[in-house]
Design a protein around this ligand. Structure first.
Ligand code: TMP
Length: 210
């Protein structure tokens, strides 16, 4: 029998209120329409264990966790998600579309929270290893626009949204720096236009790269 070729791993990243989750769903549907097997997932979460960490990470006071503790909790969930869901799916030839992944730790806990890049890089190497995304779509929009959109949305997961404007400016700069440093993996998507235009920009990036 022919060996199954490994699926592709696509991640969606960016600040708050950028519309990533909706666009990840649309991309997954479009790929399924082409006959691909697609696993649509998210972080923090994506496996039973990691989903149980999600409220612990996203609810409560902004300073509930120290940035280092928060980094380790994100990585505990990520390890479980990779082992239980992402690696098996890729090995079976499925494409994995993930709403946030390790760049969110680099940006939120690193650029935003001040955790040393070296510490995060060591966790990446130990936990993710070679299973890095094939393509990362970095959603970019002005901080005020994103926060206004995020506040108008239902849901109580406000820990990170509630951090100040300066935190969110560091985040935005952090994501853009990642994209600039790894242009072979990352494509910056302008998230300010109407959703239909964003959908087409994503499709252009996916068709060109994968
Ligand atoms: P979201 O699913 O609405 O994007 O919320 C997830 C929140 O978790 C968001 O505020 C970003 C944050 N987060 C981190 O701080 N670090 C991480 O590694 C991940 C995956 C998410």
């Amino acid at each position: 029998m022919e060996p199954v070729s490994r699926g592709r791993f696509i991640t969606f990243e960016g600040g708050e209120g950028a519309g990533k989750s909706t666009q990840a769903r649309i991309l997954a549907e479009r790929l399924r329409g082409l006959g691909r097997e697609v696993v649509l997932t998210r972080e923090p979460g994506g496996s039973e264990g990691a989903e149980s960490l999600r409220p612990i990470l996203l609810e409560g006071d902004g300073d509930r966790w120290s940035p280092t503790a928060e980094t380790l909790l994100m990585y505990a969930g990520r390890a479980d998600h990779l082992e239980k869901r992402i690696r098996p799916a890729l090995a079976a030839g499925a494409w994995v579309v993930c709403d946030r992944f390790f760049d969110s730790t680099r940006a939120y806990q690193g650029a935003g929270g001040g955790v040393a890049p070296d510490f995060i890089a060591q966790l990446e190497q130990a936990v993710v290893g070679d299973d890095r995304p094939d393509l990362t779509l970095v959603f970019d929009l002005p901080v005020e626009t994103g926060l206004a959109r995020a506040h108008s949305r239902a849901g109580g997961e406000l820990r990170f949204e509630a951090k100040g404007l300066a935190f969110h400016e560091r985040l935005r700069a952090g994501f853009l720096a990642i994209a600039a440093a790894e242009p072979e993996r990352c494509v910056v998507i302008d998230a300010t236009p109407a959703p239909e235009a964003v959908t087409e920009a994503i499709w252009a990036a996916v068709s060109a790269r994968l």
